[in-house]
Design a protein around this ligand. Structure first.
Ligand code: SAM
Length: 278
């Protein structure tokens, strides 16, 4: 019986600045594959030259992801071993990759992840901010309504937050964040693994003062919102809790409903407290 050829797609992480941050496994995969699909072939050529690897390359970027995925799937079905790389770091993380991976899964084609550098993880781990639970937002959308929605999520998030940002948009983003994150800690990680690697830590106001003319690649790590409703009201007397909502102009009925919800007790219990003589 004729042996069926099986191709494999390797998702290979590459350095995010320092060319030494490539794993031995990544090098051996890049050496053995038949073809490398690269976000920008000229960019990847520099890495391959540094590693003294010579391989056929094909572009796979945001604008041809859909069509190129189909042709890669075809080659994988013919038994080719293909590596997918982006310009820097881990493919699929704010970089192309997702499309062809989904198609491989649909077509039962083996996909192997070759781990390596990823800016958000490296920024997070030495930020000094809680690493137990976090949300990665990538780049904030520029579309006004979508951006507003994301900012609202950031405002209420009880997990550490990670954002990518371009230097020329940073000031604008920090000013938007200023409205919502008050005194939460922020860490700006810049130029990771490169000569000018730097961590700037502080509150959002402090950061805004420090980032004039900042250059390079940037990750922002934001402390979670510790002021959840549960924390905010925990130590308040019922009278102060009432006053908090009264100041917002809410009617009595609504205030009682809200306090009951915050305290996880029945509305009647709160109502009785306020009508019974103190
Ligand atoms: N796939 C990449 C990864 O694994 O991190 C991310 C690619 S995304 C197009 C590029 C963004 O990642 C940059 O704008 C910056 O926010 C972040 N980034 C990439 N390299 C970085 C570095 N050396 N230092 C800080 N941030 C970096």
């Amino acid at each position: 019986m004729e042996e069926k050829l099986v191709g494999t797609l390797y998702i290979v992480a590459t350095p995010i600045g320092n060319l030494e941050d490539i794993t031995l496994r990544a090098i051996s995969v890049l050496k053995k594959v038949d073809l490398i699909a690269a976000e920008d072939t000229r960019h990847t050529l520099k890495l391959l030259n540094h590693l003294e690897i010579s391989k056929p390359m094909i572009s796979y970027h945001r604008h041809n992801e859909e069509a190129r995925s189909d042709s890669l799937i075809q080659e994988l079905k013919e038994g080719k071993q293909i590596a997918l790389v982006s310009d820097a770091g881990t493919p699929g993380i704010c970089d192309p990759g997702e499309e062809v991976i989904k198609k491989c899964i649909e077509e039962n084609i083996k996909v192997v992840s070759i781990p390596g550098a990823c800016a958000m993880i490296n920024a997070l781990i030495i930020s000094g901010i809680d690493t137990k639970e976090f949300t990665f937002f990538g780049f904030l959308p520029l579309h006004k309504k979508l951006r507003k929605q994301k900012l609202e999520e950031i405002k209420n998030s009880t997990k550490t937050l990670i954002l990518y940002e371009a230097p020329h948009k940073l000031k604008n983003t920090l000013n938007d964040l200023k409205e919502i994150i008050e005194n939460r800690k922020v860490v700006l990680a810049r130029e990771l693994t490169k000569i000018h690697e730097e961590y700037i830590r502080g509150t959002i106001d402090e950061l805004i003062q420090k980032v004039d003319n900042i250059k390079g690649e940037i990750v922002l790590i934001i402390e979670k919102n510790n002021q959840t409703d549960e924390n905010r009201f925990k130590d308040l007397t019922l009278e102060d809790h009432y006053a908090f909502y009264e100041k917002q102009g809410l009617p009595k009925k609504e205030i009682i409903k809200k306090i009951a919800k915050d305290k996880n007790v029945s509305k009647n219990e709160i109502y009785q407290y306020f009508i019974s003589p103190q």
